[in-house]
Design a protein around this ligand. Structure first.
Ligand code: ASP
Length: 304
């Protein structure tokens, strides 16, 4: 049987080392570990990269510590507007932006891929579509946590649009990339976006080629200042550097995360896995919640 690889991230807006208590550290590692186990079990049983990245992202969406699904960040209007995208190496894809009710926005993205001729659905119509597909729907209170409301108040007071835990650095999102035993690749990303963002703002996560991408060469999921990732087509640029520029996945991922994104006026990190199952997880921030699990080895998680 061929090898498999699963890499995940829980956002590049990590709690700073100085503020991280032992309890919080353990809770974040447990959340990452659960997501790796959810996706890795599928790959180990010979399942698809698509199913694995969806399972890993659902696990992080259900965990209130991470900025996606339950525990998503608030807009300036006090609402939670979520974005998600799924893409496979054979170019099948689905995405949603500005959804407020599906419990797992990544499942809404998958339904767009499976049940419509479209790639991206937005807003109230995307909520209605999700409901019509029989997905679990939740009231606004399900997604809201006291912790995120406090972050909104802090971001408003500081007059910034902020990324997840780090008001100064401004980031948070979840994502997964995988290569399965058949050699297929897939990428999934899900986010509440940036704290105190303008209602209606769309970031990079649901935009194919910016925050999420998969083709025959590489699968990518990004986290960071969405506007910068949009400006440099970050996720697709990694594929171009590999396919046309002869770079390794590590070189291509570092070039984009550490050079192109900062040049485009932002910061963040990303996870990428190539056709051979090699993974790269560079970040230009203090930390990025992340994990990787390859066939034949133990799952690993890290924060800073
Ligand atoms: N990239 C996401 C966005 O801009 C946020 C993040 O990753 O922290 O919506």
């Amino acid at each position: 049987m061929s090898n498999w690889t699963l890499a995940i991230h829980g956002g590049a807006g990590t709690i700073s080392r100085a503020e991280l208590t032992e309890e919080t550290r353990a809770a974040h590692h447990a959340g990452l570990r659960a997501a790796l186990e959810a996706g890795g079990a599928i790959l180990a049983a010979g399942g698809s990269a698509e199913d694995a990245v969806v399972a890993a992202v659902m696990s992080l969406e259900d965990c209130p510590l991470y900025n996606a699904g339950r525990g998503g960040t608030f807009t300036a209007a006090g609402t939670i507007e979520m974005d998600a995208a799924l893409m496979r190496g054979d170019s099948k894809a689905g995405a949603v932006t500005g959804v407020t009710r599906p419990r797992n926005p990544i499942l809404a993205a998958r339904e767009v891929m499976r049940a419509t001729p479209h790639v991206l659905l937005a807003g109230a119509a995307a909520d209605e579509f999700s409901q019509s597909q029989g997905l679990a729907m939740e009231p606004p209170e399900y997604f809201q946590t006291a912790h995120r409301r406090a972050q909104l108040e802090a971001a408003k007071a500081a007059r910034v649009v902020a990324l997840d835990h780090d008001i100064a650095a401004k980031m948070g999102t979840v994502g997964a990339v995988a290569r399965d035993t058949s050699g297929a690749l897939a990428a999934a990303t899900s986010t509440g976006g940036m704290t105190n963002k303008r209602a209606g703002r769309v970031g990079d996560s649901p935009i194919l080629g910016a925050g999420t991408w998969a083709d025959g060469a590489v699968a990518v999921s990004c986290t960071g200042t969405g506007e910068a990732f949009l400006r440099c087509a970050a996720a697709h640029e990694i594929s171009a550097l590999i396919r046309l520029g002869g770079r390794s996945v590590t070189q291509a991922a570092e070039e984009v995360a550490l050079r192109r994104v900062p040049e485009a006026g932002g910061q963040g990190g990303l996870i990428a896995v190539d056709a051979a199952g090699l993974a790269a997880m560079p970040f230009g921030t203090e930390g990025m919640y992340r994990g990787v699990w390859r066939s034949g080895s133990e799952p690993e998680t890290a924060i800073h």
